[in-house]
Design a protein around this ligand. Structure first.
Ligand SMILES: [Zn+2]
Length: 171
């Protein structure tokens, strides 16, 4: 890093060019909303992933946090945010319609609601649990023990793994 600072005149243009190339190849997965270099993303396209388990997260960073250590063997669904009356974000602003379609595809048996332990995250989880209730699914959420206000992408892998292992039914 120090080298970069000292030699930024030469190094930065090359670095920026490399970053630019990466950002141009990134696409949003039309199935799950993850961001990857291919669509469907590497996770959706991986046949070793368990199609019976679907983990719903707020943001792409949460997928990366959970998938860093392969904590979850199923597939993901990225909402692209959370319900927020304050910010005027309602169900139609999030990837909820596509989630309902996936949940009803007959293949999914468990939906894990892995929202952040914030008020808005939990409001979103409750809303989704109610909407998903019509399908005969096991709906679980991450175990408490997540720090209040805790955002998934800031948690260490041990805490995340524990919250996933001890997940419990909603309600
Ligand atoms: Zn995907």
């Amino acid at each position: 890093m120090l080298w970069l600072v000292k030699n930024r005149e030469q190094a930065l243009p090359a670095l920026l060019e490399a970053l630019d190339a990466v950002s141009e190849t990134l696409v949003e997965c039309q199935i799950c909303g993850n961001v990857d270099t291919s669509d469907p993303c590497g996770i959706c396209a991986d046949p070793r992933r368990d199609p019976k388990s679907l983990c719903v997260v707020e943001d792409v960073a949460d997928v990366w946090a959970l998938d860093r250590a392969r904590l979850f063997q199923g597939r993901y669904h990225v909402l692209g945010g959370k319900l927020s009356a304050l910010d005027g974000i309602g169900p139609d602003d999030l990837n909820i319609a596509s989630l309902m379609e996936r949940a009803a595809n007959g293949e999914v048996e468990e939906v894990v609601l892995a929202m952040n332990a914030t008020l808005e995250g939990q409001t979103t989880a409750h809303y989704l649990a109610e909407r998903l209730d019509e399908h005969k699914l096991r709906i679980t959420q991450l175990a408490h023990g997540l720090p209040v206000g805790g955002e998934l992408d800031y948690l260490d892998e041990g805490t995340l793994a524990q919250a996933l292992r001890a997940r419990r039914p909603v309600g």
